[in-house]
Design a protein around this ligand. Structure first.
Ligand code: SF4
Length: 315
């Protein structure tokens, strides 16, 4: 006689293994995350208590694709040198790229300077406080506008970064990992989860983000330290099922990529101001076409210029 499970139809099996329907965290669970944050958060210099709105905006741009530990010294030096948008607006582009140093994706530095110029020209040098005005600035997307509005101006906003997405995927939806890119369903869960009260929404946004960064990490979540583990996390309640392979992000190879080569060329330019063809060729004598392709792409991105045959930082 077939067992009960063997007699189930494929549709029933799919339903049985699908993630649980989203159930938002209740007020007590939200309180527990906020209390955890109050006790365990990192004291970062771009916190609202210490940083200006401009400092918060700069930190959000730097942190987009770079870990906190690498951002910390560069953010501090940057804010000492250019404490207001007007200061960065007037800076030389070569100085800006040198100060960006090894943060990576240096086009962000150019966009940040464009942003500083727009703030100076259109907002009397003051970072605007509404998400709409922030999004109209160069280089400011949905996430950054929400984060600056929430963390610099204590406004209610839906702040959804990778850390928040991971906590909500696990705790609310019972999935091991979120999808590879933000979906409309995730956005609507994140929006519904933000408390209505303005002060509480700010506390929630910073708390859930920090929980994802420190405890609900991608590879080995430390559930034993999490305030949601005792009954509020659907993923833990379901026995911590493995991630759907389609949801797992591939770790991108860096060694040998054009991105690495561009970084090596930028390092020469930051250090010496210019690179001759011979300097460039030494980077990969076996593949001069690759070196030239990368140098040309830096020129196309306005990160370098050709002058008298040499490659230089833009002045
Ligand atoms: S209990 Fe574990 S998986 Fe669930 S939210 Fe906390 S750290 Fe993440």
């Amino acid at each position: 006689m077939p067992s009960a499970s063997a007699s189930r139809s494929p549709a029933t099996l799919r339903a049985a293994t699908a993630p649980a329907a989203p159930v938002l965290l209740d007020d007590d669970a939200v309180d527990s995350v906020i209390a955890w944050y109050d006790a365990h958060h990192r004291d970062l210099p771009w916190g609202r208590a210490t940083a200006s709105p401009w400092g918060v905006l700069v930190s959000e741009i730097m942190l987009q694709q770079t870990p906190v530990v690498r951002v910390l010294p560069r953010w501090t030096a940057w804010m000492q040198r250019w404490p207001r948008p007007a200061d960065l607006a007037q800076a030389g582009t070569a100085d800006v790229l040198r100060a960006w140093d090894t943060l990576g994706y240096p086009r962000r530095a150019l966009r940040l300077q464009e942003c500083a110029r727009a703030i100076t020209a259109e907002h009397d040098g003051e970072v605007p406080r509404t998400e709409e005005a922030l999004r109209a600035l160069p280089g400011i997307g949905e996430y950054t506008a929400a984060a600056v509005s929430a963390f610099a101006f204590a406004q209610r906003a839906v702040v959804v970064d990778t850390n928040v997405r991971r906590v909500l995927a696990r705790a609310v939806r019972g999935c091991a990992l979120p999808e590879s890119s933000l979906t409309a369903a995730e956005r609507s869960i994140a929006a519904a989860q933000v408390p209505e009260d303005r002060a509480r929404s700010v506390a929630w946004n910073q708390a859930v983000m920090e929980l994802g960064a420190l405890v609900c990490t991608a590879r080995r979540p430390r559930c034993e330290e999490c305030p949601l583990a005792a009954g509020d996390c659907r993923w833990v309640a379901a026995g911590s099922p493995a991630a759907d392979p389609s949801a797992q992000r591939r770790v991108q190879r860096f060694e040998g990529t054009d991105r690495q080569m561009r970084g090596r060329i930028m390092k020469i330019l930051r250090t010496h101001g210019r690179a001759t063809d011979a300097d460039l060729l030494r980077l990969d004598p076996e593949d001069p076409d690759r070196v030239e392709r990368c140098a040309r792409s830096l020129v196309d991105d306005a990160l370098a210029v050709r002058r008298s045959g040499d490659l230089e930082l833009p002045s």
